[in-house]
Design a protein around this ligand. Structure first.
Ligand code: SAM
Length: 211
């Protein structure tokens, strides 16, 4: 196991791992124990952030104390890895559906840096009272208006960097995914990186944005 080029992310036999903040697997992932530490395998097929890293992501602003606004947290799989990375930071995890949200609540009982918020990310002002400041925004919401949601939250929270996992099929089911991505990218502006996430996530792109 050795430190990768990404902060607090380790590499072993071509796979990425994070040092477990709490003992035991969170989502049934493989664990390697070395010298009393547990390292959790970060599956790029289950996390678009890990997929972006496998595909050569250059910008990785996550640090020990970063404050993250995570929109579309679902059951908290990717959130749990960011929680391993930003160990003394805060991850404000917004989720709209009840079942995944209850899993986030359970996660936050074990991981003190995870703050679940049950709300619709289309209305950034509604959850502002929970949030103390945002360094990095991360969004993974497969909705037709995903870019509107992204731009609204950027304007409201003014993060220094933002990640958008863009699902082109949610915007338009017939047009070419690359054309859809290019149209949305023009609308966003200031995109530092565009990463196509296949074969890990088909018809998805990761856009890294400097607002
Ligand atoms: N990011 C997660 C991960 O890597 O573990 C997977 C996210 S999943 C693709 C998308 C999630 O966004 C779903 O759980 C869905 O309920 C949630 N979602 C959809 N629309 C939303 C909205 N307007 N506000 C908040 N969450 C939303």
């Amino acid at each position: 196991m050795r430190q990768s080029i990404y902060f607090n992310v380790f590499e072993h036999k071509g796979g990425f791992y994070t040092k477990n903040l709490v003992k035991g697997p969170q989502f049934g992932e493989r664990i390697i124990s070395i010298g009393g530490e547990e390292y959790r395998y970060w599956d790029p097929y289950r996390s678009k952030l890990a997929a972006s890293m496998k595909k050569g992501l250059k910008n990785f602003p996550f640090r020990e104390g970063s404050r993250i606004l995570y929109l579309g947290a679902s059951f908290g799989n990717t959130v749990s890895f960011i929680s391993d990375i930003c160990r003394s930071g805060k991850i404000f995890a917004v989720e709209l559906s009840y079942r995944p949200f209850s899993s986030l609540i359970e996660l936050s009982k074990k991981r003190v840096n995870v703050y679940p918020i049950f709300d619709d990310a289309s209305y950034p002002e509604r959850y502002a009272h929970f949030i103390e400041g945002v360094d990095i925004m991360y969004q993974d919401i497969a909705q037709k208006n995903q870019v509107d949601i992204f731009l609204r939250n950027i304007q409201f929270y003014k993060p220094s960097m933002a990640f958008l996992a863009l699902k082109t099929r949610a915007i338009d089911t017939v047009s070419d995914p690359e054309d859809i991505m290019k149209g949305e990218r023009r609308r966003i502006g200031n995109v530092l990186e565009t990463i196509r996430l296949d074969p890990y996530s088909i018809d998805h792109y990761m856009l890294v944005v400097k607002p």
